[in-house]
Design a protein around this ligand. Structure first.
Ligand SMILES: Cc1cc2nc3c(=O)[nH]c(=O)nc-3n(C[C@H](O)[C@H](O)[C@H](O)COP(=O)(O)OP(=O)(O)OC[C@H]3O[C@@H](n4cnc5c(N)ncnc54)[C@H](O)[C@@H]3O)c2cc1C
Length: 370
């Protein structure tokens, strides 16, 4: 009998396993895939702190950032960027950033002039910039490497048992029925990503969850190395910490006039760089119960056009394209539901699992084990 069974080996499941294993509990993680293959390895790997909504989301991001830093030492997970530059093109974006900069959450962040922004990040087209905002808090990991490293670390250093290629079909604590027989555990954390129907569908439905599809691209190495993660005006409407400010309305009005197709497709720009110099850029947002798997060329063109505007037309060749999906709900960034005293269903519903997952895992383990 295990102390804890975790369903799902994405970042949220692994975060629960880590928090339990650090308490010395006996943990099993069960995933139907042969290795993590969902949102957790398709994302930017950007641990976003600045721009999270003040309150629980921000606190969770701060705590999760600390855990990533611990893991970089303990599990050898490379931190590829620290910090995030918001390259503001429109004066309305700069006004919004100035308002954000006046808040306590922006302590340690810096406003930049257009020249300082271009000096910080060579390659940016200074004629396009109205200024910038530099946050020192963000981290970036290469998720497709970080997840396997974290899995190996949990198995080797903490003795966590992994059962990959095993689907969980039903839960009646302490019994967990799977495609490969029964597993028993005192407590169970269900971290199913955007699977809304296999386990506790009626409970999940109560949170108004739908699925969101995102398009992502990898570009060949640019001429200049990226000194931090980079985002643009469009991103300011997508992160609650910025979007909740009154100045966001003025920015939205202008973007609706100038960038309606991008807004209609939920396009904004995040740029991060990998060890080999290639860039990961994205993304877009399309919602539905089962989003189609096809990456639209028109949507990719919108993402690339925003990149091109910032970098004066210099766009390295596209070397890979993919889509990812995550669970999404309005009104809450995540939820933890208790269908049974010994079971919790945990879902991040705001596309921020890499940023907040470790803190959420610790909270669930405290909830289940005291
Ligand atoms: C393109 C993209 C970019 C993103 N960028 C960022 C970013 O930069 N920063 C950030 O913080 N967040 C980002 N996100 C969001 C983040 O990736 C997600 O919030 C997070 O990965 C969710 O983790 P998860 O473990 O809940 O889900 P997943 O990674 O989807 O893992 C869930 C796992 O559960 C397993 N599973 C489900 N049901 C069962 C079952 N019945 N039996 C066995 N196994 C089961 C699945 O096989 C899967 O492996 C991004 C997401 C996408 C798609």
């Amino acid at each position: 009998m295990f102390d804890l069974a975790v369903v799902g080996a994405g970042i949220v499941g692994l975060a629960h396993a880590l928090a339990a294993a650090r308490r010395g509990l006996r943990v099993v993680v069960i995933d139907r895939d042969a290795q993590a293959n969902g949102a957790s390895i398709r994302n930017f790997g950007l641990v976003v702190v600045s721009g999270q909504e003040p309150g629980p989301s921000r606190k969770r991001a701060e705590r999760s950032r600390e855990v990533w830093l611990e893991l970089s030492e303990q599990a050898g997970i490379g931190i590829l960027h620290t910090g995030k530059l918001v390259a503001a093109q429109r004066p309305e974006a700069l006004d919004l950033l100035e308002a954000f900069h006046a808040l306590p959450e922006a302590d340690g962040c810096r406003m930049l002039t257009a020249r300082e922004t271009a000096a910080h990040q060579p390659g940016l087209d200074v004629s396009r910039l109205s200024g910038g905002f530099l946050s020192p808090f963000e981290l970036r990991v290469e998720s497709r490497e970080a997840l396997p490293k974290l899995t190996a670390f949990l198995a080797e250093r903490h003795g966590v048992t992994f059962r990959f290629g095993v689907a969980v079909t039903a839960i009646a604590p302490p019994a967990i029925e799977t495609s490969h027989g029964q597993i028993k555990a005192r407590r169970i954390a269900v971290c199913p990503g955007d699977d809304l129907v296999s386990l506790y569908p009626e409970r999940i439905r109560g949170y108004g969850v739908r699925r969101c599809k995102l398009q992502m691209l990898r570009l060949g190495p640019p001429r200049h190395r990226l000194r931090s993660a980079l985002v643009s005006d469009l991103s300011l409407l997508r992160y609650g910490g910025y979007a909740m400010l009154p100045q966001a309305t003025t920015l939205r009005d202008r973007l609706e006039r100038e960038a309606a197709p991008a807004l209609d497709n939920g396009v904004h720009l995040i740029v991060v760089q990998s060890q080999d110099g290639s860039l990961v850029i994205g993304d877009s947002h399309h919602y539905g119960p089962t989003p189609d798997p096809f990456a639209s060329e028109d949507v990719d063109a919108l993402i690339l056009a925003e990149f091109s505007r910032l970098f004066g037309g210099a766009v390295p060749p596209v070397v890979a394209r993919w889509t990812g999906t995550y669970a999404s709900a309005s009104g809450h960034a995540s939820f933890r539901d208790a269908p049974h005293d010994d079971v919790r269903v945990v879902m991040v519903t705001s596309g921020t699992g890499a940023s907040t997952g470790f803190a959420i895992g610790e909270e669930t383990i405290s909830d289940l084990f005291g």
